[in-house]
Design a protein around this ligand. Structure first.
Ligand code: MEV
Length: 368
């Protein structure tokens, strides 16, 4: 297992049966000029990209509703250097087992240079709703760019688009740009089908999905200082979960039970209320919106007994708690003024806690 990669995409879930979906927003490809232009690649280049937590709007965002996510302190580091053979973490690189990495090397960079030795280090729980595959895509994109064009500054928007195309390919065409944009840009990101008042527009993304073309506006929000009084406590259930499978399950459930669309609409409304509370720095209201969002996600069928147990343990000591990401296992989050106390409560019921600030910096190059 490659640390940081969304394991089920690459290991538990077969490669997509469909041809990769077209991400129409790659208007500004990052690098297609690798042929013959790698005369002086850097000796070793390293990039780091953070994971993310979705505070509101997971699943609904795939259908154009808004989502709010923050970058977290933990993430994925990738280093690449020229070598005599292709390796990943010291063993021969098998492209078919690593669709995110292969997609970025081949479809985005059209890399035809010498073999690379690639190392991946992660302090994220993998396949757990923390955006590990998005962080991996962004970190490898950053490292590759620095390797191929040393000295050139990073373009987080291009990296976000590139990562989104890799997610779309791994999730059979159903992927919002939330994870990749949050990991690339850092801070607090709002992704929505429409422009969102009170946010700064950063870029737009478009994707041809099995349900038709989806468009998203990606926006950033400056968090008021009062929100810095609270921390996110992430609780890992210990159960890995495949985003692709969970998103496909929700699509099937919606087809069979069209009335669930109303729950999606409710998630959209809760997300807007949560965002208003965040912008006002009202921590109590943010927590209440998190609790409400969790209730709706349960109705969509994406919670699990282990997630319920961690959410229940965290709630008495936190402002709000909910599952985060695709659900079906993976992680929950709690917003807390006393994060240690919540971390202990999570540990007592068998979860693995991780504490983070709300809104860490985005993708960056690392000096070696
Ligand atoms: C995954 O972190 C969040 C989902 O909404 C899927 C997506 O946005 O692509 C479940």
């Amino acid at each position: 297992m490659i640390a940081g990669e969304d394991v089920p995409s690459d290991h538990c879930q077969a490669m997509p049966d469909n041809p990769p979906s077209r991400v129409m927003s790659l208007k500004k490809p990052l690098h297609r000029q690798t042929h013959g232009l790698i005369a002086q690649p850097s000796a070793m280049a390293s990039g780091f990209a953070p994971g993310k937590c979705i505070l509101f709007g997971e699943h609904a965002v795939v259908y154009g509703h808004p989502a709010v996510a923050v970058a977290i302190d933990s993430g994925v580091r990738v280093s690449v250097e020229r070598s005599n053979e292709w390796t990943l973490e010291g063993i021969p690189f098998e492209p078919s087992r690593h669709p995110h990495i292969s997609h970025i090397l081949n479809a985005v960079f059209e890399y035809e240079g010498p073999p690379l030795k690639m190392e991946v280090e992660s302090n994220l729980f993998s396949a757990a709703g923390l955006g590990s595959s998005a962080a991996l895509s962004n970190a490898i994109g950053a490292a590759l760019q620095a390797h191929i064009n040393p000295g050139q500054s990073l373009d987080p928007i291009s990296l976000a688009r590139m990562g989104h195309s890799a997610e779309a390919m791994a999730q059979k065409g159903r992927a919002s740009p939330t994870d990749t944009a949050t990991s690339a840009l850092g801070g607090c990101i709002v992704v929505s089908g429409q422009p969102v008042d009170g946010t700064k527009h950063v870029f737009d993304a478009e994707l041809e999905t099995p349900e038709g073309i989806r468009e998203w506006s990606i926006n950033s929000v400056d968090l008021p200082d009062s929100l810095r009084e609270a921390y996110l406590v992430i609780g890992f259930t210990g159960e890995m979960s495949s985003t692709g499978k969970m998103v496909a399950d929700v699509a099937k459930r919606l087809e069979r039970h069209p009335e669930l669309r109303e729950e999606m609409n409710s998630i959209g409304r809760i997300t807007s209320a949560g965002l208003t509370a965040m912008s006002a720095g009202n921590l109590e209201a943010v927590g209440m919106a998190m609790d409400a969002c969790h209730g709706k996600l349960r109705l969509l069928g994406v919670s699990s007994p282990s997630l319920e147990s961690l959410v229940e343990a965290a709630r008495p000591h936190s402002l709000g708690a909910k599952l985060t990401g695709s659900g079906g296992g993976g992680c929950m989050i709690a917003l807390a003024r006393d994060p240690q106390r919540v971390a202990e409560a999570i540990e007592v019921v068998g979860g693995r806690p991780l504490i983070s600030r709300l809104g860490a910096p985005g993708v960056r190059l690392l000096e070696d």
